[in-house]
Design a protein around this ligand. Sequence first.
Ligand code: DX5
Ligand code: ZN
Length: 220
Amino acid sequence: MTARIAPSILSADFARLGEEVQAVVRAGADLVHFDVMDNHYVPNLTIGPLVCEAIRPVCTVPIDVHLMVKPVDPLVPAFAKAGASIISFHPEASEHVDRTIGLIKEAGCKAGLVLNPGTPLTWLDHVLDRLDLVLVMSVNPGFGGQSFIPEALRKLAAVRERIAGRDIWLEVDGGVKIDNIRAIADAGADTFVAGSAIFGTKDYAATIAAMRAELAAAAR
Ligand code: DX5
Ligand code: ZN
């Protein structure tokens, strides 16, 4: 399988954000995961389009924007303009899910739908064929450094079954570490967000290499 590692800059040193982005890209990141929180949809406040635009010139891999905001739609063109490659959103935060997907695509980005731990798969009904990515949250959104919720493994397997042969990435976000990434891959994920597990270590390249070694041993 093709496995992608997406370090979440939520756990980076924001005082040196440009260097941190370059460091994880040099260390082998396939994407840079960009967590946008609004202190409304989630109880935390992070970064917006200005910061995305600022890191874009130093980021040689696609920027994977995870919108934890409500409303969603006004930020879609703003992040597309700021250099996002992928824009994912939570269906509960959008009044019209299909319309938001359309806005993301019209803006020239890949579209992802994010399922919280308590969000049912039925949100995928009718829109799955329009999606480029499904993101399964393995923690409740809002903070880095939380523990992986084991039920996410069953959810990933169920989403993988729905994706069947389609060219849709299956991303997982929250509590991904070297010691559980293989089981998560076995459940069906192909794209792995990891914040504290990478930025909390000294040698990003060694951590990403250890994750890849685990992924190489995964069954799928
Ligand atoms: C949580 C964010 C995650 C977070 C993951 O709401 O969406 O992307 O940064 O952090 P870790 O890998 O530390 O759980
Ligand atoms: Zn995220």
